[in-house]
Design a protein around this ligand. Structure first.
Ligand SMILES: Nc1ncnc2c1ncn2[C@@H]1O[C@H](COP(=O)(O)OP(=O)(O)OP(=O)(O)O)[C@@H](O)[C@H]1O
Ligand SMILES: [Mg+2]
Length: 258
C-alpha cells in the first residue's frame, strides 16, 4: 500500500521521484561522512532519515540543499539531473530546507520572514509591498492551519512551535515539491511538536515530497511512510514503517542485535 496521490495527469506508478540520490559520497579530507547513498522520495511521501549522532544525516541534507557539493554521485529532481552551485541555486530549483536553528529574523513580522530575500515590491521605486506579502502569508498559514495571531505579528512574540510552523510554511511556499527538515521539532514541547507534525502531514496531502531527519522514533512512526537508516555514513536499509518495528530500527541504527 503506498500513499501516493493518483491524479489524472500523474497516475501512481508513472510519476518520477521528486528526489533521487544516486551513489552520493562525501568526504571531508580523510573523513568519509557519506558512502554511496541511494534514495528516492516520491511526491506525497514522507521519508524519515535516522541514525546515531555523527551518522551523516545533516551532511546529506546539506548536500541536497546545495550547501555542500557531493564528492561523488548524482542528485535528480523530478526525473532531471540537478547540480547545485550553492544553497540559493538549490532553492531556485525548488528545494527548501528547514534547519533546527530556523534562520528566521526575530524582530521582523511573520510576513517579512516568509519573503526573506524574495520580498515583493511595487512601483518603479520598488517599495516593499507589505500589504500583499501580509495577505499571501495569511492565506498560506490559514491553508496549512498554522495558528498564529496574525501575519503581521512580530516573530519574537510567537512560541517556538509557531515559529517552526512559520519556517515550514515558508519552505512550503517556495519549494516546488521537495522539503527537507533537519530535526524540526528537537527544541519543541509535546503540544508544539504535535502542531508541527500536523503541518508536515499537510505538506504530504498537498503532494510535497518530504525528507525529515528525526531522533524521535515515535515521531518517525507517526509521520513517515518510509525510513532510511544511516550508520557511520553507510545506508543500512530503507523500510516501510508498516513493515518494521521500533526494535528493528534501533538494531539497524546501532548495528547491535536486539
Ligand atoms: N564541515 C565538516 N568538516 C569536517 N567534518 C564534518 C563536517 N560536517 C560534518 N562532518 C563530519 O561528518 C560526520 C557526519 O556529521 P553529521 O553532522 O552529518 O552527522 P549527523 O548524523 O547529522 O549527527 P547528529 O545526529 O549529531 O546531528 C561526522 O563525523 C562529522 O564530524
Ligand atoms: Mg545533524
Amino acid at each position: 500500500m503506498n500513499s501516493l496521490p493518483a491524479t489524472a495527469d500523474s497516475p501512481a506508478g508513472t510519476t518520477d521521484p521528486a528526489l533521487r540520490l544516486v551513489g552520493i559520497h562525501k568526504n571531508f579530507g580523510g573523513v568519509v561522512a557519506i558512502k554511496r547513498f541511494d534514495l528516492e522520495v516520491m511526491p506525497g511521501e514522507i521519508v524519515a532519515l535516522v541514525g546515531d549522532n555523527g551518522a551523516g544525516k545533516s551532511t546529506l541534507i546539506k548536500i541536497i540543499s546545495g550547501l555542500y557539493q557531493p564528492s561523488e554521485g548524482e542528485i535528480w529532481l523530478n526525473g532531471e539531473p540537478a547540480k547545485f552551485r550553492d544553497a540559493s541555486d538549490a532553492r531556485a530549483k525548488g528545494v527548501e530546507v528547514v534547519y533546527q536553528d530556523l534562520a528566521l529574523v526575530q524582530d521582523q513580522p511573520v510576513y517579512m520572514n516568509m519573503f526573506l530575500g524574495r520580498e515583493l515590491t511595487k512601483g518603479p521605486l520598488r517599495i516593499l509591498d507589505r500589504k500583499k506579502m501580509a495577505r499571501q502569508t495569511q492565506e498560506l498559514v490559514d491553508t496549512l492551519d498554522v495558528r498564529i495571531p496574525s501575519a503581521r505579528a512580530t516573530l519574537s512574540d510567537l512560541s517556538g512551535g509557531q515559529r517552526q510552523g512559520v519556517a515550514i510554511c515558508r519552505a512550503t511556499h517556495w519549494a516546488s515539491g521537495l522539503v527537507l527538515l533537519d530535526e524540526p521539532t528537537a527544541a519543541l514541547g509535546v503540544a508544539e511538536t504535535a502542531k508541527v507534525e500536523e503541518t508536515i502531514a499537510k505538506l504530504r496531502e498537498r503532494g510535497a515530497a518530504v525528507l525529515i531527519v528525526s531522533h524521535n522514533m515515535e515521531q518517525v512512526f507517526r509521520l513517515a511512510d518510509r525510513v532510511a537508516v544511516l550508520r557511520r555514513g553507510t545506508q543500512v536499509g530503507v523500510k516501510k514503517l508498516a513493515d518494521t518495528s521500533h526494535n528493528e530500527l534501533v538494531a539497524m541504527i546501532t548495528g547491535l542485535q536486539s
